[in-house]
Design a protein around this ligand. Structure first.
Ligand code: HEM
Ligand SMILES: *[C@@H]1O[C@H](CO)[C@@H](O)[C@H](O)[C@H]1NC(C)=O
Ligand SMILES: *[C@@H]1O[C@H](CO)[C@@H](O)[C@H](O)[C@H]1NC(C)=O
Ligand SMILES: *[C@@H]1O[C@H](CO)[C@@H](O)[C@H](O)[C@H]1NC(C)=O
Ligand SMILES: CC(=O)N[C@H]1CO[C@H](CO)[C@@H](O)[C@@H]1O
Length: 343
């Protein structure tokens, strides 16, 4: 064992509560692996307190003013963080622009409707002005996603641990297998989430992000008009809801790639627990939403999260876990000067 790995194990053992020492040290290899490859434990609150005391305020200030002017941005920015974290971890790889025609994450198919990049750029310029090369784009995005959702409440809804660093790689080819598709079944969703250290309560709570925002008709066209290839409709959908959706998405007159429908009709700008109420009435927009009713455990969370406090408590916890995925810390990666390009 070399000196640094000895130190890691030694310090880890010191930090463990006495009662768990025997069990954990037998899995010493595993503990070491976690320390080496998962920097989540190195993220902390007030990471920028000394290096950039204004960081949190700058992010909140700009995010709130942009969301105030355009309430639909809250959903955009929240979704950006999800797409960042599920591919290569929360390393701001989603923000990188293509160089020399190489397709990056934002060029991949699930990107079509992603936006909000300009807000992150605007925050970044202000951060660079006040504290050059200090605050990562990955932290910028994690804080902005929290603040975008929080605007509605006038206070921050969950704690964001910071200290992430930015990755230097972004590749379109990695996206499709990592970002769940709207037609996913429960097995696939559970697998994709557990690959990221997220369990069923996380899956259900995070799907609750669909309490805000919209989806393009194209992502539900099959479900509405050609479910099994016979011009039929998904029978698990509430018939009244189907009628509404069919009118909104009928092609012609509507262009399915540009026409959008709200995830949570009439309250798509409000972060609340109505998504779970609608879902229970078989009015979940995507098959991936509806499928949460097909598993007894997830169905029980769908029921529980109809209570806003219970939903919010789990959502905050799950966002923290999502924000930990594959983070780079300390001397890994870099602090990008411009979120769209590596240094
Ligand atoms: C459980 C697996 C998930 C699936 C299958 C899924 C799928 C989708 C799809 C297909 C859309 C519409 C995209 C389009 O119109 O092209 C969408 C939108 C959205 N997703 Fe998800 N999503 C999932 C989880 C999440 C998570 C974990 C979050 C955030 C924590 C999230 C946040 C959003 C938001 C806010 C929107 C609306 C964006 C807007 O209004 O522009 N989704 N999602
Ligand atoms: C927040 O925005 C207001 C108005 O734009 C500005 O006066 C204030 O200095 C900003 N605060 C920070 C910390 O950026
Ligand atoms: C779920 O979807 C995957 C991928 O499309 C498929 O291979 C699998 O058979 C499906 N599982 C169930 C239970 O339908
Ligand atoms: C419906 O799906 C079937 C089978 O995938 C396909 O052959 C047919 O062209 C589709 N119909 C429409 C109107 O898209
Ligand atoms: C913003 C952006 O990069 N959009 C791209 C999303 O992916 C499609 C297809 O791969 C591209 O044509 C878009 O330019």
């Amino acid at each position: 064992m070399n000196r640094s790995s000895f130190l890691v194990v030694f310090i880890t053992v010191l930090l463990l509560p006495i009662s768990t020492v025997p069990a954990r040290t037998r899995q010493g290899k595993h503990v070491h692996h976690v320390n080496k490859n998962n920097g989540a434990g190195k993220l902390k609150l007030k990471f920028y307190q000394k290096s950039c005391p204004l960081a949190d305020a700058i992010v909140r200030n700009i995010t709130w003013s942009r969301v105030k002017a355009d309430r639909t941005l809250a959903a955009k920015i929240l979704r950006l963080q999800f797409h960042d974290c599920f591919v290569r971890g929360c390393d701001a790889s989603i923000l990188l622009d293509s160089v020399n025609g190489e397709a990056v994450e934002k060029n991949a198919i699930p990107n079509h409707s992603l936006s909000g990049y300009n807000v992150i750029d605007e925050i970044k310029s202000e951060l660079e002005e006040k504290c050059p090369e200090t605050v990562s784009c990955a932290d910028n995005l994690a804080l902005a996603a929290r603040d975008a959702v929080s605007y509605q409440f006038g206070k921050t809804l969950w704690k964001v641990f910071t200290g992430r660093r930015d990755g230097r790689v972004s590749s379109a080819s990695e996206v499709l297998s990592k970002i769940p598709g709207g037609a996913s079944n429960f097995t696939t969703l559970q697998k994709q989430f557990s690959d990221n250290g997220l369990d069923v309560p996380d899956l259900v709570a995070l799907s609750g992000a669909h309490t805000i925002g919209v989806a393009r008709c194209v992502v539900i066209s099959r479900r509405l008009f050609n479910f099994t290839g016979k011009g039929d409709t998904d029978p698990s959908l509430d018939p009244g809801y189907v009628k509404e959706l069919k009118e909104k998405c009928a092609n012609p007159p509507h262009n399915p790639t540009t026409t959008v429908v709200e995830f949570d009709p009439k309250s798509s700008l409000s972060f609340d627990s109505h998504y779970f109420v609608a879902l229970s009435k078989h009015q979940g927009l995507l098959q991936s939403d509806a499928t949460l009713l097909t598993n007894p455990t997830s169905a029980s969370y769908v029921k529980a999260f109809q209570n806003f406090e219970d939903f919010m408590a789990q959502f905050g916890e799950s966002m923290k876990k999502m924000g930990n995925i594959g983070v780079l810390t300390q001397n890994q990666g870099e602090i990008r000067k411009n979120c769209r390009v590596v240094n």
